[in-house]
Ligand binder design. Structure first.
Ligand SMILES: [Zn+2]
Length: 412
């Protein structure tokens, strides 16, 4: 029998790499069992390990965190010690046998998928497996999905596929791919669990941790940003000022324009920093600024490469803008959920405990029917943007509905 790793001997519940998975004990147990099976531990059924996994769960529940931790645990000789070179390079996205497909644009292309599938069929270079990690499997194009399906159906011996998607719904993952994968469902972690991690691991003071965990509605990354970043807090305040700033039709258009402009501004500052660094890096790699023989020809060839990168960056910027806008809408829907709860007389803790005054004021104005209609309007807007309706049109329709809801009640 092989020597048991130290963390197991100490009676800890799981390998250190799984520490970042908050409130997902059942998933950790299943994944730990799979790792044990991959080592052929006596008493563990071999079928506990398989070559294709699908991690599902709502945004922020930690799908990609879980997949990455599992990848590290599979590569690590000590089953996920958290400090060896396998564990560290998997976490840093630089492990030579873990290929991550992270869509930069709105979809993952066939070309990209074919390349990955080809590389994944090779034998592992340093680790125990060749691992392909697809963070947003729901963003695969049909062609890319087919390219992947072929590889999942006829897997190479040492290849493991880890897919992440919001759910097992056919809109997210094709039925055929889903049928080849073992599904690991993640839950929305509770606010106390998130607060605990922010305080314990990130050193956030308990009061801020509690507040951030509460307003982030189960989204760990969002809670962390709110706890640490004053700019993120300020943006949230501005978004949540909207429900109390709609007195006239003119306000509708002004508030819509501001909401869009803020999202655009935040997204573009995120994109610019990232883009400039990438282009600089690329130009250095291509030897731009050279004056020697052949530098002119090289510069011509590299112009194409730079163009290609700029095209990808543009596509990514569009996605960033939508993500930022969607986050604002999530905040807004949380606010109206509080309004609905209060208008129904509920005394349950608010999602936004720092703005009871605003919540009560809007609840008084809208009443339960109006609050419900407001929640619906925000959700409809998110859906419309998801379905590629122009954000300006979707946002204006939503804000108009929010304004009209307040007016109806007033005149009733
Ligand atoms: Zn390790």
């Amino acid at each position: 029998m092989s020597e048991a790793p130290e963390w197991l001997m100490q009676g800890l519940a799981h390998a250190p790499v799984f520490d970042d998975l908050i409130g997902q004990q059942h998933a950790i147990e299943e994944l730990s069992l799979a790792v044990a099976a991959s080592h052929g531990d006596p008493g563990v059924p071999g079928a506990a390990m398989t070559h294709a996994w699908l991690f599902t769960g709502p945004a922020g529940s930690g799908r990609s965190v879980a997949a990455r931790a599992f990848a590290a645990a599979l590569q690590c000789a000590d089953r996920g010690c958290g400090h060896c070179s396998h564990c560290r390079t998997v976490a840093a996205h630089t492990h030579s046998d873990v290929r991550a497909v992270i869509p930069e644009g709105l979809t993952i292309s066939v070309k990209e998928m074919r390349q990955v599938v080809q590389l994944a069929a090779r034998s592992p270079a340093a680790g125990r497996y060749q691992i392909v990690l697809i963070e947003d499997a729901d963003r695969l194009t049909e062609g890319a999905s087919n390219a992947l399906l072929k590889a999942v159906e006829e897997p190479a011996e040492h290849t493991v596929f880890l897919l992440c998607a919001p759910s097992t719904h056919p809109d997210d993952v094709s039925v055929t791919i889903r049928s080849r994968c073992r599904v690991v469902g993640l839950r929305t972690p509770s606010a106390p669990a998130i607060a605990d991690v922010l305080a314990r691991r990130d050193g956030v003071d308990p009061e801020t941790a509690h507040w951030a965990a509460s307003v982030a509605a189960g989204h760990v990354g969002r809670a962390r940003r709110l706890a640490r970043d004053e700019q993120a807090r300020e943006q949230r305040r501005q978004v949540l000022a909207l429900p109390t700033s709609l007195a006239s039709v003119a306000d509708v258009f002004e508030q819509s324009a501001e909401l869009l402009a803020r999202a655009k501004g935040e997204a573009s500052s995120m994109s610019q920093t990232r883009d400039a660094a990438e282009i600089e890096e690329l130009k250095t790699a291509l030897g731009a600024g050279g004056t020697g023989k052949g530098a002119v020809g090289a510069a011509r060839g590299s112009a194409g490469v730079v163009k290609e990168m700029e095209r990808r960056q543009k596509s990514r910027a569009t996605r960033t803008e939508r993500d930022v806008l969607d986050r604002a809408l999530v905040d807004l829907s949380g606010f109206y959920r509080d309004v609905l709860a209060r208008s129904l007389g509920s005394t349950a803790p608010l999602l936004n405990p720092d703005m009871p005054g605003q919540v009560d004021a809007v609840a008084k104005r809208l009443g339960p029917d109006g609050a419900l209609a407001a929640v619906d309007a925000v959700l409809a807007c998110r859906e419309a943007i998801e379905l590629n309706v122009k954000p300006q049109i979707a946002i204006e329709a939503m804000v108009m509905a929010l304004f009209a809801g307040g007016q109806r009640r007033r005149s009733a």
